[in-house]
Design a protein around this ligand. Structure first.
Ligand code: AMP
Length: 299
């Protein structure tokens, strides 16, 4: 019989030292530790990562930290949605054992001189080009969380595909010795990937956002019908988005490991995109030959 998850309030940890002590105590007792890093405003996408971690690890810590280092100067750090009370209730209902909720000052004490640079296409193309410094900020906070939290496994969402590739690479480059588990994208019934930023969309924008999953569904169908020209697949996606009045930032067909763009599409390559609807920037991804279409075509 599956153990029933506890619904008691998770232990609240607020400094990296608290996190390390908690994790080392679990491990000393022979219990495996899973970690789910988040920026809070928890939704069904986060919940899927948390449920998987609870199913696979003896003890689970969810980290909630809106990381200023990964936001550009003109991005939405100040207005990023925050809902700590609801988040903690969700963690309790999911059977999470600990919540790491540090302050910015605790994570980034004054006088810091260390940084991480994610170089090459992985750090500097696509999301990296549109959001300069973003992956350096992600790499810094993820490294700090993994080093302090010493989990056996850490869980990330396929929705942020380039982030997953960056994290896998940095764990290898820095010999961090944690297993990175990538979980499938959770979508709303109309196919739109669930994101904390979806709350920014007006009702009319939310309807137009359906062009994102339907553009990817159209490209998947084209790939499954035999199209292998990456430019043709990307053009299909771009046209669908532009027809719905979205402002396309990029569409590309890439290798999953290093995010280099391919000319000929092959199974496991990913179609990645970023587009703006009004002032809201959304990203999405499908894995060719792996993912089923996120929604019916032409929705
Ligand atoms: P965030 O709070 O947006 O930084 O996300 C925390 C983690 O949840 C990241 O690993 C995301 O990729 C993952 N995540 C966010 N949205 C989804 C989703 N719709 N499906 C699966 N994972 C997600």
């Amino acid at each position: 019989m599956m153990p029933t998850p506890s619904t008691s309030t998770p232990e609240l940890l607020s400094t990296p030292d608290d996190l390390r002590r908690w994790s080392l105590a679990c491990r000393a007792a022979g219990l495996s530790v899973g970690m789910v890093p988040t920026m809070g405003a928890l939704h069904a996408g986060h919940r899927a990562l948390i449920d998987r971690s609870v199913a696979e690890s003896d003890r689970v810590v969810v980290t909630i930290f809106v990381n200023p280092a990964q936001f550009g100067p003109h991005e939405d750090f100040a207005r990023y949605p925050r809902s700590m009370d609801a988040d903690l209730r969700m963690l309790a209902s999911a059977g999470v054992h600990a919540a790491f909720v540090p302050s910015v000052e605790t994570m980034y004490p004054p006088g810091r001189v260390t940084r991480l640079d994610i170089t090459g296409p992985l750090g500097e193309r696509l999301e990296g080009a549109s959001r300069p410094g973003h992956f350096n900020g992600v790499a810094l906070v993820v490294t700090k969380l993994l080093v302090a939290g010493v989990p056996d496994r850490a869980y990330f969402g396929q929705k942020d595909a380039q982030q997953c590739a960056v994290v896998r690479r940095l764990v290898r480059d820095l010999d961090i010795g944690v297993e990175i588990v990538v979980c499938p994208t959770v979508r709303d019934t109309d196919g739109l990937a669930i994101s904390s930023r979806n709350v920014y969309l007006s009702t009319e924008e939310r309807v137009r956002a359906r062009a994102i999953p339907s553009s990817l569904a159209t490209a998947i169908a084209q790939f499954e019908a035999g199209e292998r020209d990456a430019t043709a697949l990307a053009t299909t996606v771009r046209s669908c988005l532009e027809n719905a009045g979205l402002d396309v930032d990029y569409v590309a067909v890439v290798r999953a490991e290093d995010f280099t763009e391919v000319e000929r599409a092959a199974p496991t390559n990913q179609i990645v995109l970023a587009a703006r609807i009004g002032s809201t920037r959304l990203i999405d991804v499908v894995r060719l030959g792996v993912d089923t279409a996120p929604v019916g075509r032409g929705v």
